[in-house]
Design a protein around this ligand. Structure first.
Ligand code: AMP
Length: 215
């Protein structure tokens, strides 16, 4: 199964991606998680990415495309992939056509999570992410058993530096201008499935699962 999951910041991409890969046993490839791992590790790529991420802006295409190409060529992707947060620009989408062709795994579906704007600020400001394993919590909607500690691996839960109302505004603006052409690109190929994500987690996953079951 070769799928993409798209949606604005706070639309629940990470949560849904987690449920999808559990059920379908494909690697979850999140460019946001990859950048954050580099940032926490203070690698040269992390230091470069931080300049953009902390301002809510997109990391440049060449850096992002190189990182995703290296990841897709790893052996676990031969059985498929779920890409979360990539591609976010038309240039990235076009580059991905070649990358996917290299492993003979063209995109089969794009899950597009749609959320009402009012819900996004609440979701983003309350979100906490495990520094170690990437699990996602929410201080109100999905609190961990022990405050600040990941239920899954015991790692520390952090508030992402870009999960503020101010950065959300920048990210949403960038999402509309840069990412809409990506949706148009895949819509023309008949691959986009819109999902109403302003609903409880189980209902959203149910609808996604229905789409994936038909692939
Ligand atoms: P995310 O966890 O998907 O919300 O991504 C967090 C941040 O990482 C974004 O706001 C961007 O700054 C950066 N980022 C993630 N994926 C990409 C991408 N495909 N292209 C450029 N920047 C990205």
């Amino acid at each position: 199964m070769n799928i993409l999951i798209m949606g604005a910041a706070g639309s629940g991409k990470g949560t849904m991606a987690h449920l999808i890969v559990q059920k379908y046993s494909i690697p979850h490839i999140s460019t946001g998680n990859m950048f954050r791992a580099h940032m926490y590790g203070n690698t040269p790529l992390g230091l470069e990415a931080r300049k953009y991420i902390d301002e809510g802006r997109l990391v440049p295409d060449d850096v992002t495309i190189r990182m995703i190409q290296e990841r897709l060529l790893e052996p676990d992707c031969l059985k498929g992939y779920l890409l979360d947060g990539y591609p976010r620009t038309l240039v990235q989408a076009e580059a991905f056509e070649d990358i996917a062709a290299q492993i003979d795994r063209p995109v089969q579906a794009v899950i597009n999570l749609k959320v009402q704007l009012d819900d996004l600020a609440e979701r983003v400001t309350g979100r906490r992410v495990c520094e170690k394993c990437g699990s996602i919590f929410h201080i109100k909607a999905q609190p961990p058993k022990v405050s600040g500690v990941c239920d899954v691996c015991g790692g520390e839960l952090v508030h992402r530096s870009d999960d503020t109302v101010q950065q959300l505004a920048v990210r949403l603006k960038e999402h509309v201008t840069m990412t809409q052409p990506v949706l148009d690109f895949y819509s023309k190929k008949g691959l986009v499935f819109d999902i109403n994500a302003s609903r409880p987690i189980d209902d959203v996953f149910h609808d996604i699962d229905k789409v994936l079951g038909q692939l």
